[in-house]
Design a protein around this ligand. Structure first.
Ligand code: TXA
Ligand code: MG
Length: 320
């Protein structure tokens, strides 16, 4: 079992000696290591069983520090950073050579984010290196949004989990690239596209693809081995599956024809942010229920964080 607590000195000491620490962020928990220490970065990949072609995000606490890791900060990127950092936004920059190639899987860009969690911001302020941190789950599984999720899956492999409570946003950060001066969203996430467009005007959004992901790590999820996961557009599209051991994930309204005890509501208040916050916990819960053999999810409204929720549901239901 990993230690669990709020001891920042302990976390800093472990990270300084090359060990890994799970850290809270507003999106999901991260599995953090010193990004400038290649051995620490290698153990992140090993601990997650993550393929080395899937690059990591750097976490730091100020735009000043970001300048130390990247060749330049384009004007539009600066505008977004000023407005949304700290926050659920990851920006791609051309990297400086001090960032190890292992962090970026050999790419010449590096993903950077200033997370918005008081404990982790204090930790980042106290260290003189950036933290490389993917989500703290085994590769292919849904991201952890509580310290208990991390403990259950990685507790035997890491020494310490910084306990920052439940994640407020619940889905991973939105990733944006400024290649060729063209803002392109590569992953929909915790910052709504609408909010980005208020600052930049219309942006391109890389369409969902299960086989040719824009961000190298954007592959389908295999979080529920042995269970079938089906995504449908609306309650009207629901038909009873052959096997009656199913669960239905609904947004804010029950389907009248389906027994209430088979239905799980993501957002009783009808807010897409509520759905985002509870999504991964709900999926874990259903995954753990032996009596549930099939999960049928209904799309949530395609606006705000609902787009990120639908994206994760699509990945979960992808069969190839
Ligand atoms: O909210 C988050 O972003 C969380 C917390 C811990 O910060 N982190 C997270 O990391 O979700 P991870 O490793 O699970 O997802 C990072 C994604 C991957 O899909 C990866 O392919 C993409 O970011 N990525 C990283 N560097 C990239 C780069 N240089 N170019 C394109 N995609 C990149
Ligand atoms: Mg991840």
């Amino acid at each position: 079992m990993a230690g669990l607590g709020t001891d920042l000195v302990k976390a800093r000491n472990l990270l300084s000696e090359g060990s890994l620490v799970a850290i809270p962020t507003e999106t999901v928990y991260g599995l953090a290591g010193n990004a400038l220490n290649v051995d620490a970065v290698a153990s992140i990949f090993a601990t997650k069983k993550r393929p080395s072609f899937d690059p990591l995000i750097l976490h730091t606490d100020s735009l000043g520090k970001v300048s130390g890791f990247v060749l330049e900060v384009p004007a539009l990127a600066k505008k977004l950073a000023d407005k949304f950092w700290p926050g659920p936004l990851t920006i791609l920059f051309k990297k400086k050579s001090l960032i190890p190639d292992l962090v970026t899987s050999g790419l010449d860009t590096v993903a950077v984010r200033i997370p918005n969690h008081p404990l982790t911001l204090n930790l980042l302020k106290s260290i003189d290196f950036p933290l490389a941190a993917p989500s703290a789950n085994p590769f292919g599984y849904v991201s952890p949004t509580t310290p208990q999720h991390v403990q259950q899956q990685l507790g035997e492999s890491i020494p310490y989990i910084l306990d920052g409570g439940d994640c407020e946003v619940g889905v991973e950060s939105t990733i944006i690239s400024f290649e060729h001066e063209q803002p392109t969203v590569l992953r929909m996430g915790g910052l709504a596209i609408e909010s980005i467009e208020e600052v930049l005007g219309k942006v391109q959004v890389q369409a969902y693809s299960s086989s040719a992901p824009a961000a190298p790590g954007m592959l389908k999820s295999h979080y529920a081995p042995g269970k079938s996961f089906v995504l449908i557009d609306s309650a009207e599209a629901f038909t009873f599956p052959e096997n009656d051991q199913f669960a239905v994930l609904v947004f804010d309204q029950l389907i009248p024809s389906v027994p209430e005890e088979s239905q799980y509501m993501l957002a009783p208040g009808g807010d897409v942010r509520e759905a985002a916050k509870g999504l991964f916990g709900m999926i874990r819960m259903l995954d753990a229920k032996e009596e549930v053999k099939e999960i049928i999810a209904l799309k949530v409204p395609e606006k705000g964080l609902g787009r990120a929720v639908n994206d994760r549901l699509r990945r979960a239901s992808a069969t190839e």
